[in-house]
Design a protein. Structure first.
Length: 370
């Protein structure tokens, strides 16, 4: 009877060492194999020349290095690159690389679809299928690294990873933490903790748990400065309102001296971009070390929202900056290939009714905020 082979991409260093100990090998074999996988992009055990022939044969029988399958690979006019990566026979997720002169940022997905229902996000309209396992998360980084010729400690194309793709990372806690550990491990992708960012819609208990086990950078999808508006845009706010969320952020920041929390604020015309909204946001931000990323809304098919005007965005930023709140406007990248923030859509075998409901609302012209 055949057995399922272990995908070594799903193992961080401690789990990799335990795997080799379990098959009667010295734990240091884990270090050798991780270097082959992440530093040389080798997936064929027969090419791992510093392993004995017997071990290479055994590994081929019981293990594999299996990244997600590349379904689509597209590049935008500004150099932004997007991969559609198949995770099984019916589902796929999107991963985006954003090159800049001084760094390269990879946006990674954590779920097939998303379990939340933020009203301005394209991913939410596809519903939800399942969490990605750790190999499917770190596998996205591996695919991009291999395609870009990224070599840790030599030719570093990927300098930052943000868990801001499809899904809510904190709803897939264990797998996301395991994958981020590989990203930060010198035997993995060797990224500094501050260069790995997890973005959450605000699951308060899980923010506290993350602070106990990791010291990655934290970003919070805020998008509104008061509970009434935020609940309409981010329904999770009903369970964890802004005051509770900011308290959790303060606790997280207290664990990382000299660090700040990034708050993401998508600006939508006539919805959350009024001067009074900016003044309310100033009052919130004064409570803790924070910076604000202002994100011009990126439209997608069927949405009722529109991007704020350049004048409104500039005025909003000026109010924050004048009050001493660090605020940056995120430049839209990759929108010609639907790779901009909020536009990601993979292939989701929806287990909810959300995708069908969204299509019905488009047909009936009922996509207004409830």
């Amino acid at each position: 009877m055949s057995t399922t082979r272990v995908n070594l991409l799903g193992l961080d260093r401690s789990r990799m060492r335990a795997f080799f100990a379990q098959i009667g090998e010295k734990p240091f074999r884990a270090e050798q194999v991780m270097k082959w996988i992440y530093h040389q992009h080798v997936t064929d055990f027969s090419q791992m020349s510093d392993l004995g022939r017997g071990l290479r044969t055994l590994l081929a029988e019981i293990a594999e290095v299996a990244p997600p399958t590349t379904v689509l690979d597209r590049q935008g006019v500004d150099g932004t690159r997007k991969w559609l990566l198949g995770t099984d026979s019916v589902n796929a997720v999107e991963t985006v690389y954003i090159p800049e002169p001084s760094r390269g940022t990879l946006c990674v997905s954590s779920q097939v679809g998303c379990g939340l229902n933020c009203r301005f996000c394209s991913t939410a309209t596809q519903g939800f299928n399942r969490n990605l396992d750790a190999s499917e998360i770190i596998g996205q980084v591996w695919v991009a690294s291999h395609a870009l010729g990224n070599l840790p400690h030599q030719l570093r194309r990927i300098t930052n990873v943000v868990m801001m793709g499809m899904g809510e990372p904190l709803l897939n806690f264990d797998n996301v933490v395991c994958a981020m550990d590989v990203m930060r491990d010198d035997l993995g992708f060797g990224l500094a903790s501050k260069r790995v960012t997890l973005s959450t819609a605000g699951l308060v208990p899980m923010i506290d748990r993350l602070g106990e086990v990791s010291d990655v950078s934290l970003a919070v999808s805020l998008h509104a400065p008061n509970d009434d508006l935020r609940t309409r845009l981010v329904p999770l706010n009903r369970k964890y309102p802004i005051a509770e969320l900011l308290e959790a952020c303060a606790r997280y920041a207290a664990r990382k001296p000299r660090s700040s929390i990034t708050f993401e604020y998508t600006l939508m015309d006539g919805v959350n971009d009024h001067p009074e909204h900016a003044r309310q946001l100033v009052r919130l931000m004064r409570r803790l070390p924070a910076k604000v990323n202002l994100i011009p809304f990126n439209p997608f098919s069927g949405t009722e929202f529109r991007r704020s005007t350049p004048e409104a965005i500039a005025a909003f930023q000026q109010i924050l900056m004048h009050a001493g709140v660090m605020a940056m406007v995120r430049r839209t990248r990759g929108d010609d290939i639907d790779a901009a923030c909020g536009q990601l859509k993979g292939m989701v075998a929806d287990r909810t009714r959300r995708a069908a409901e969204f299509r019905r609302r488009i047909e009936e012209g009922m996509t207004h905020v409830a």
